[in-house]
Write a protein that binds this ligand. Structure first.
Ligand SMILES: [Zn+2]
Length: 184
């Protein structure tokens, strides 16, 4: 249980033995891209996805597990294209990304076979629906609006974090950031 409540943030590095503690499994999204998540996280994500699909919402995993090496490459790519200042603001330092945990997933929406663009009409309503039902499946919104000073990140409606159903329900009901919940 405690595994799912581990904190990784700008100030908390991924535990060294993390990959010995979890089991990563692979799946494919509708775009036929392979992604990996921790076993229970994937199972619950697919249940959440099925639930939303029944409501006519096609939510897909866009980015899930990333190794420290992949994050290092991502950082180098962004530093080359956008500069160091951009990286420092928007890209997680390798070793400090929740995506290393296999418990975080960035979602996108597919409509008529296409991934919805950032400012596509109706996208906010889709996020709102996901956020409303996901605690029942163990997911929380990790980077909330108004909690930037606590989490160190701006609002990211697409970034879902698995913490287990019981914790997710309490965290969502009380509107807490994960840091605030863990500090109690
Ligand atoms: Zn993310």
């Amino acid at each position: 249980m405690t595994t799912y409540l581990t904190l990784v943030s700008k100030t908390h590095r991924l535990p060294e033995d993390w990959l010995d503690r979890i089991r990563l499994v692979s799946a494919k999204n509708a775009m036929q891209e392979t992604f990996q998540l921790e076993e229970e996280t994937l199972r619950q994500f697919l249940r959440l996805r099925r639930r939303l699909l029944d409501e006519g919402i096609d939510m897909e995993a866009e980015s899930a597990y990333r190794s420290i090496e992949a994050q290092t490459n991502l950082w180098a790519e962004f530093e080359r294209d956008c500069g160091l200042a951009y990286c420092q603001q928007f890209v997680a330092v390798p070793g400090y990304s929740e995506h290393h945990m296999g418990l975080a997933v960035d979602i996108c929406f597919v409509r008529d076979g296409k991934v919805l663009e950032d400012h596509a009409p109706g996208k906010e309503a889709l996020f709102a629906r996901v956020h409303a039902v996901m605690p029942e499946y163990g997911f929380i919104l990790r980077y909330m609006a108004g909690k930037e000073a606590v989490t160190g990140y701006g609002y990211e409606p697409w970034h879902l974090r698995y913490v287990g159903i019981e914790a997710a329900k309490e965290i969502a009901a009380r509107g807490l950031a994960l840091e605030e919940y863990l500090a109690e």
